[in-house]
Design a protein around this ligand. Structure first.
Ligand code: ZN
Length: 250
């Protein structure tokens, strides 16, 4: 099975991934952390700026960064939570909904459409069956590739609980009880990543009502290699999972 005509988007976490993703014409949009964006970033019209998940001690700073990006010519930003919405609006950014908004049905999907979102990403806890039953006034997508977070924290467990916010992840990992490596993705927040890589590359026909598919890059060194595998319906190297899309939280 091949996936050549899909509407794909990339979510990146590092500078090299951003540069690589912007070179791939297949990605209609690229979600990128605020810290990676600058006046000389190319293809600003393709970029959706991603702020911190946690805003508790950085709301003003996040707003200032968003306003600065807007002045540089960036137009779009992601809302992780409802708390992000007024910041994005104040900065004059177009609103894009992320998976943490936990949108699980048509009513909540249309709520975000009605308050002005351009598009939304559905919750990763939905089953394929429930996704098929969902409709929305604006385009909706799902995360279809990548390591999903098992947990998100402020402080890095690899650095004995100190923050790990130098902008590059520390490359550390924990081990679970089966001895599987749980990689950490560190910035202002720390994600503990599922050791199994989610992919729907071989089952994409089950999701033909979905408008766009997000490839989430965390530890990958080669974005194009994974994109090519995905397009050819192949699985990534390593242990893979189809997430909750076939098990679900009903
Ligand atoms: Zn770390």
């Amino acid at each position: 099975m091949e996936n050549f005509n899909l509407n794909l988007r990339a979510e990146v976490s590092g500078e090299h991934q951003l540069a690589q993703a912007l070179r791939q014409a297949e990605f209609s949009f690229v979600y990128a952390p605020l810290e990676l964006l600058a006046a000389n970033t190319p293809n600003k019209d393709k970029i959706i700026a991603v702020p911190n998940v946690f805003l508790a001690d950085c709301e003003e700073e996040t707003l200032r960064k968003l306003e600065a990006l807007k002045a540089m010519g960036f137009e779009r930003a992601l809302a992780h939570t409802s708390g992000h919405i007024p910041l994005l609006q104040k900065a004059g950014m177009k609103l894009h909904g992320g998976m943490r908004l936990n949108i699980t049905n048509s009513l909540s999907a249309d709520f975000f459409a009605d308050i002005g979102f351009e598009d939304i990403i559905l919750s990763c806890e939905l089953t394929a069956k429930r996704i098929r039953a969902l409709s929305c006034k604006v385009p909706f997508g799902i995360v279809s590739y990548g390591r999903l977070p098992l947990m998100i924290t402020r402080r890095c467990p690899i650095k004995d609980g100190r923050p790990c916010n130098d902008g590059s992840h520390c490359g550390g990992y924990l081990k679970d009880r089966r001895g599987e490596k749980i990689l950490t993705l560190c910035s202002n927040t720390v994600e503990l990543l599922n050791p199994d890589i989610l992919t729907l590359s071989n089952r994409i026909s089950d999701f033909d009502t979905v408008d766009f598919f997000v490839m989430r890059f965390t530890c990958e060194k080669n974005v194009k290699e994974e994109l090519d595998r995905f397009k050819h319906g192949e699985k990534p190297k390593g242990k893979v999972t189809s997430g909750l899309y076939y098990r679900g939280v009903e």
